[in-house]
Each structure stands twice: as C-alpha cells, then as structure tokens.
Design a binder for this molecule. Structure first.
Ligand code: AMP
Length: 214
C-alpha cells in the first residue's frame, strides 16, 4: 500500500504519519525530515537546500525527486509520503516513478484544517531534537517543560516555525501545493479527514477511511 498525506504545514501530517506507519507497517517518507537530516550532515544537497528551507520556500523539484529515488530505489515496503509531493510537477514525477516500478498510489489523504488554526499551531509547535516527536506548548505540552517525554532530549523550535517564515510557508502552500487537491481528487482514491480534531481522533478517522482496524 502506498499513501500520500496532503495538507497545510501544521495540519498534522507528521503526527498522523508517526501513528500510521507503525499501524500499517509502512516506511514513513518525510521529505522535510530527510532534508533536515541532509542539512545536519552538511551534505551538498543539505547545503543547497538550506537557504530554501530557512526562507520557507520549496526546494527545487528535481533535487527532491533525485533524493527520493536514491533513498527509496531499493525499498519494497509500502510508502507513506508526508510533505511530498508539494507541486504538480512532483506529483507527475512520482506517478512516472511508480509506473516504472509497476506500482501505484493507493490512497491520498487530505487533512483539512482552517488556515488560522495551522498558523496558531505552527507558532506553538516544538519538535524533539532527538526523536522528532512533535509537541504543541498549548494543546499538547510535554510533562516537563522543554524536554521530550519519549526520549528526554531538549525540545526546539524549528527555524522555519518563526512567525515571518510561517506566513511565507502558508502562501507557498496555497500557490504551489493546493493545486494538488484537484490533481488527486480527479484520481478517484482521494480521502478527506477533519484535521482540526485531537490527534488520536484524526488517526482513528483516517484508519476508518482506509478501512484499517485500529
Ligand atoms: P516540512 O517538514 O514538510 O514542513 O518541510 C520543511 C521544508 O522543507 C519546506 O518548507 C521546504 O523548504 C522543504 N521541503 C520539504 N518537502 C519538500 C518537497 N516535497 N518539495 C520541496 N521542498 C520541500
């Protein structure tokens, strides 16, 4: 099974993906996480991507696609895409890649959340510097301030979760990613969930939409 998660930055794709990939035994493919990893390791790709990411712009399609092909070429498990594709050109490249592998996309899940809600969520999001677990200082704080419940490492604010970058990312989503809704709606395997609910409720409804027992 191959699944794409779509939605605004802050719509809960990452949180949902962390529940789903375990439940469905899939590979979680977060292009944002992979790019941050490349940046941390100061690879040529990471260095090239860093200025785009810091400013809230998209990394060029060809770079992202080459990075994914290199990482996933030998992968045989189902893929759960979180944050990819982000442009129609990426969606077309992904379609062609799946055709070349004799595979297809089984479901596209859109997490529908209002813009003002994602703006607030991004502003209060904290991410674990160790395991990547996502918190919200208002609605889902850790037990000890600034410390991850799961691995004990410090929580951080992502550089692109600063207020001025958040507005840019929202605009980029509207201009470049939102057209994917029409692209995938036409494909017949488009599912939509209310992403404004609590994380566990979202996971339960998405598993229901995918017809998987939690
Ligand atoms: P995310 O963690 O998904 O919010 O992604 C963080 C940043 O990484 C984005 O704002 C982009 O700069 C970059 N990025 C992640 N995924 C993609 C993608 N599929 N295409 C282009 N840029 C991406």
């Amino acid at each position: 099974m191959n699944i794409i998660l779509l939605g605004y930055p802050g719509s809960g794709k990452g949180t949902l993906a962390k529940d789903l990939f375990r439940a469905l035994d899939m590979v979680h493919v977060s292009t944002g996480d992979i790019l941050r990893d490349e940046m941390g390791k100061k690879t040529p790709l990471g260095l090239e991507a860093s200025s785009y990411m810091a400013g809230g712009r998209l990394v060029p399609d060809s770079l992202v696609m080459e990075m994914l092909k290199a990482r996933l070429g030998a992968e045989t498990r189902g893929l759960l895409f979180d944050g990819f594709p982000r442009t129609v050109a990426q969606a077309e490249m992904l379609d062609a890649w799946f055709v070349s592998r004799g595979q297809e996309i089984d479901s596209v899940v859109f997490l529908n959340v209002a813009e003002d809600v994602v703006m607030k969520r991004l502003g209060s999001r904290r991410t674990c510097s160790g395991c990547g677990k996502i918190y919200n200082v208002i609605s889902n704080p850790p037990a000890r301030e600034g410390v991850c419940d799961a691995c004990g490492k410090p929580l951080m604010t992502r550089e692109d979760d600063r207020p001025e970058v958040i507005s840019k990312r929202i605009q980029v989503y509207k201009d470049q990613t939102e057209p994917l809704l029409a692209y995938y709606r036409a494909s017949g395997n488009f599912l939509e969930a209310d992403g404004g609910q609590a994380p566990e409720t979202v996971t339960r409804s998405v598993l229901g939409l995918l017809r998987v027992k939690p």
